[in-house]
Design a protein around this ligand. Structure first.
Ligand code: FES
Length: 130
């Protein structure tokens, strides 16, 4: 487990999305409807970047849509979201706390249960996939 102060709150405005490398993981921080989320930055499916994914709501559930094959991933749960609702968690999410104007993330660097996105946790060569 790695707990890290990653951003000042004002650096992640409403609707914002920030890419970070923390410990041995690449993550995205996002703010939607005033809530801050953190999840692995590379898609559980084929490891491609979610950095340019569109953030929307599906039936009141905030999701990011992978720009490559259009899977919709719940920001809070890491589950696929669609007509059947939220199914098995595939994308790892990370606990976020915001204290005194600082955003802290608790990175599960060595989780007990492996998820699909753990295979793609590290960054790709700079400038290739973001
Ligand atoms: S890489 Fe295929 S859905 Fe994300």
């Amino acid at each position: 487990m790695v707990v890290a102060a990653v951003l000042r709150s004002h650096e992640l405005p409403e609707g914002g999305k920030v890419y970070k490398e923390l410990g041995n993981r690449s993550v995205l921080l996002l703010r939607r409807h005033g809530v801050t989320y953190c999840l692995d930055a590379h898609c559980h499916h084929m490891g491609l970047s979610l950095a340019n994914g569109e953030v929307t709501d599906v039936e009141d559930t905030p999701v990011i849509t992978c720009p490559w094959h259009h899977r919709k991933i719940g920001l809070a749960t890491g589950c696929l979201v669609g007509s059947t609702g939220c199914t098995q968690q595939r994308q790892r999410t990370h606990e976020v706390r915001e204290v005194g104007g600082t955003i802290w993330v608790n990175i599960q660097s060595e989780p007990e249960q492996q998820l699909e996105s753990d295979q793609n946790k590290s960054s790709f060569p700079s400038g290739v996939l973001g």
